[in-house]
Design a protein around this ligand. Structure first.
Ligand code: MG
Ligand code: ZN
Length: 225
């Protein structure tokens, strides 16, 4: 088999596993976010801020994906939230089967929001559906305004784009409006949030959006039963 058909088969098998995951998530009434970004853009920091902002109002759980260590899962557990670490070894993305295996022991009963923090990488995670309800991509201003143009596939497929570290815009000499314009060029439909996990600026709008996503999911789930 040539390389292209091997890749096509891998993605097809992934699609089947993703469909199974999606059925499970819908059955449990869990909103699932696939959280993606380059390394260091602030995925785990946004998660920590989100847990602090929402833990009194909704039942959250987290799956972490990294090549090595369970440092991020530990950061989440330190905040009193259940988390499971997937270590991928040499694989630079999560796939649907890794998530399915994690879900064998990680019960979603009663979980309203599950965030899956993908491996830090702006390229191949975009090609692997995990069965998520929503794709959230973080771009930190410190990465420069051109990132969305250089990695269009990742940004094009996002439901939400979070522009993080707005407090570093001046120090990074990045024009936030230009960064947002570049996001819109690649993906006019994405919901965009500009925020800082350090200062807290912009976090409330993100929390409100998440609460709406959870509320509308519960309504759909109730209507389906
Ligand atoms: Mg992380
Ligand atoms: Zn990869």
């Amino acid at each position: 088999m040539d390389r292209v058909s091997v890749q096509t088969n891998v993605l097809k098998a992934n699609q089947e596993a993703a469909r199974e995951n999606r059925r499970l998530f819908e059955r449990e009434g869990t909103v699932v976010i696939n959280l993606m970004s380059a390394p260091g853009a602030g995925k785990t920091s946004l998660l920590e801020a989100t847990i602090r902002g929402l833990r009194d109002r909704c039942h959250l759980a987290v799956i972490e994906g990294d090549l090595q260590t369970d440092l991020d899962a530990q950061r989440i557990r330190d905040l009193g939230v259940r988390s499971h670490q997937i270590t991928t070894g040499t694989v630079c993305h999560l796939d649907a089967r890794m998530v399915a295996r994690a879900l064998v022991e990680f019960s979603l009963r009663g979980v309203e929001l599950l965030v899956i923090e993908n491996v830090g990488n702006l390229i191949c995670p975009a090609s692997y559906d995990l069965g998520e309800s929503l794709r959230v991509v973080i771009c930190s201003v410190a990465e420069g305004a051109e990132k969305p143009k250089k990695y269009p596939v990742m940004f094009h497929k996002a439901d939400v784009v979070v522009l993080n570290k707005t407090d570093l815009a001046i120090a990074s000499r990045v024009d936030l409006r230009e960064l947002e314009k570049n996001v819109r060029e690649v993906n006019p439909k994405a919901t965009v949030f500009a925020l800082s996990c350090t200062t807290g600026e912009g976090l409330n709008a993100w929390f409100a959006w998440l609460r709406d996503a959870i509320a509308s999911r519960s309504i759909t789930a109730a209507a389906g039963t």
